[in-house]
Write a protein of this length. Structure first.
Length: 299
């Protein structure tokens, strides 16, 4: 973020996220921020960081490639999208968002925060989660969804619970703000959240490596918690997913950073009782099939 205080107000007040910690960045992280904080939803967190050199940008294009957005779900009566717009978010979706795509009680919209980072709002008539706001998924856009699915299936140990090869239509045009859009998609259930993958066929996702500085404004990394980090490193090394990744230590945690085939930076984390937050402390998605291997069993 270019202005952490402003970002805190935007997300804390509008999305009703709890400030979990004013600083939980691993001290051995590759690049150290000037300041950081963690905002907590019932099932997941967003870590906001400000670096000396961070400046606002126009934001990553909807068609990627890279980590394009986080998704907030809320009961329809909350009017979350309208609250974001009142809080100075700028709509990416056109028409009259949020958009009803298929008459199944969910309406969708994209917008950008004051730093240009895109987020999605899903307004649900009948939510399946507890609490006013749910951090539903992190979305990655790739030029090769088959390669991405193969990589993350190996990483997570499960197949995607859903794949669609022809997402298109005027309502999708309105949500994405792109005329004549056509998309391939896949979804993985990680237990407490979903990883969503898009490949834009029309217009085409650029076949370019993701090359973002850790200090760039926007979504630059995401983390998955595991129960035994050393065992995961060994398992993933044998299949060529993880090679020569240094272990980094923090409060109640150890972590390894690495890249997926597109160049997105992600990390695996193992925590103990001294950690600020553990997956066992979060709500889980119990209505979707095919969760990834359990990382930590809730007490």
């Amino acid at each position: 973020m270019s202005d952490l205080s402003a970002a805190r107000r935007f997300y804390e007040e509008t999305a009703q996220l709890e400030v979990l910690s004013d600083r939980t960045v691993c001290p051995d992280q590759p690049v150290q921020p000037v300041d950081s904080l963690v905002l907590k939803a019932p099932n997941g967190c967003l870590e906001l960081m400000q670096f000396e050199e961070t400046v606002p940008i126009d934001g990553l294009a909807v068609i990627g490639p890279g980590i394009t957005h986080a998704c907030f779900q809320a009961p329809a009566e909350v009017g979350l999208f309208e609250k974001f717009i009142q809080g100075q978010a700028k709509s990416v979706s056109i028409g009259e968002p949020p958009i009803d795509l298929n008459g199944q009680g969910v309406r969708y919209a994209y917008a950008r925060d004051p730093d240009g980072s895109m987020f999605e709002v899903e307004a649900l008539d009948v939510p399946q989660f507890e609490g006013p706001i749910w951090l539903a998924h992190i979305a990655l856009v790739t030029p090769d969804i088959d390669q991405a699915v193969s990589f993350y299936q190996t990483l997570l140990g499960v197949a995607p619970y859903g794949r669609v090869n022809k997402v298109m239509g005027p309502r999708f045009d309105e949500v994405t703000g792109i005329e004549g859009v056509r998309i391939r998609a896949a979804w993985f259930n990680t237990g407490n959240m979903v990883l969503e993958f898009w490949q834009f066929i029309q217009p085409q996702t650029p076949v370019l490596p993701v090359d973002r500085a850790f200090s760039d404004a926007g979504y630059n990394t995401f983390a998955l918690e595991v129960g035994d980090l050393e065992a995961e490193i060994q398992r993933l090394a044998t299949v060529g997913v993880l090679q020569d990744a240094p272990m980094r230590l923090g409060q109640g945690m150890k972590e390894v950073f690495f890249k997926d085939p597109d160049g997105n930076v992600l990390s695996l984390i193992e925590t103990n009782e001294a950690a600020v937050l553990r997956v066992a402390d979060l709500k889980q998605i119990d209505w979707l099939p095919s969760p990834a291997r359990p990382v930590i069993k809730a007490p």
